[in-house]
Design a protein around this ligand. Sequence first.
Ligand SMILES: [Zn+2]
Length: 188
Amino acid sequence: MSTDWNIQAAANTCAACNKTFTDGEPLFSRLQFSAEGYARRDYCAVCWNDPARSGATGVWRGVFRAPPPPAEEPLKKETAESLLRHLMETEDAHHGNAIFILAVMLERRRILAERDVQTRADGVKIRVYEHKQTGETFFIPDPELKLAELQHVQEEVVTLLGGTPKKMEEKAATEKHGQNTDNTVEAR
Ligand SMILES: [Zn+2]
């Protein structure tokens, strides 16, 4: 089985006409979910107006950002974003909960924006985030954590980040799962 999570960068060229995008150009991104996984296609404004693509779902409008030149990064403490990327690269299913919590943290910090939620054929909810700076798409399965699990995973993540657990981060992810929290209490 391929891993559930996935990052896809914005294409450099239009999926229909192959025109190379320029920095700051508006583009239209479309997501498709299939048995092979997730596919993101980016279109220029002209091709997007083709009637063949009207009525598509899983679509958003963005702006193409030319990749920055590679920067010389000084050694620094792991950030929530670098940790998220690192865990996603490991392709280890055990990191699923931590990956989700990190994505929620980055959404709260307005580094990621949630663009879509799709339910896969197996019932798993996939949250689709866009990185506001780079335009990359992050596909993150929602493990639908219960409150007790949530706190445990958050403490684990904060420890990985080299800090001590903070109430604020706990609150952030708990709010997102308010509806699940109620169910958990009732079930006990
Ligand atoms: Zn085009």
